[in-house]
Ligand binder design. Structure first.
Ligand SMILES: [Cu+2]
Length: 133
């Protein structure tokens, strides 16, 4: 009789703990998904004009590693989001959107820390920066 009543207590507790551990492990994997994992940058109207202070806005954009950054072309002409600066050579080695039509987007996930300059291959005055830390 005593043995049976102990089982009646221990078995439900063990099952509950097991369920709690399973749920906790599921939720812990979801935490990065629920956190700040995306950010957006606007390619502003008239961005090809050298007089535009921030053709890509915001810039610099500071994000955490693992953040997907989406650029949206809010201008009326084609633009690119291409890693690097023309005077530094090797543009597009890390990422290159190719031409983004008006209203379209480009997304790149920054997984490593660092300071990343980018530019538009069609308009050399268009520059932006993403800081990952
Ligand atoms: Cu451009």
């Amino acid at each position: 009789m005593l043995t049976k009543s102990i089982f009646n207590v221990i078995v439900p507790i063990t099952l509950s703990l097991g369920l709690a551990i399973i749920l906790a492990s599921i939720y812990s994997h979801q935490i990065p998904v629920l956190g700040q994992t995306s950010a957006s940058v606007s390619i502003v109207k008239g961005s090809s004009s050298p007089s535009i202070a921030k053709p890509y806005d915001p810039s610099p954009l500071t994000v955490k590693p693992g953040t997907s950054v989406t650029w949206k072309n809010n201008d009326s002409t084609l633009h690119t989001v291409t890693s690097g600066l023309p005077e530094q050579g090797a543009v597009g080695t890390l990422f290159d959107s190719s031409v983004i039509a008006p209203g379209k987007t480009f997304t790149y996930a920054f997984n490593k820390t660092g300071t990343f300059d980018y530019s538009c291959t069609l308009h050399p005055t268009m520059r932006g920066q993403v800081v990952v830390k």
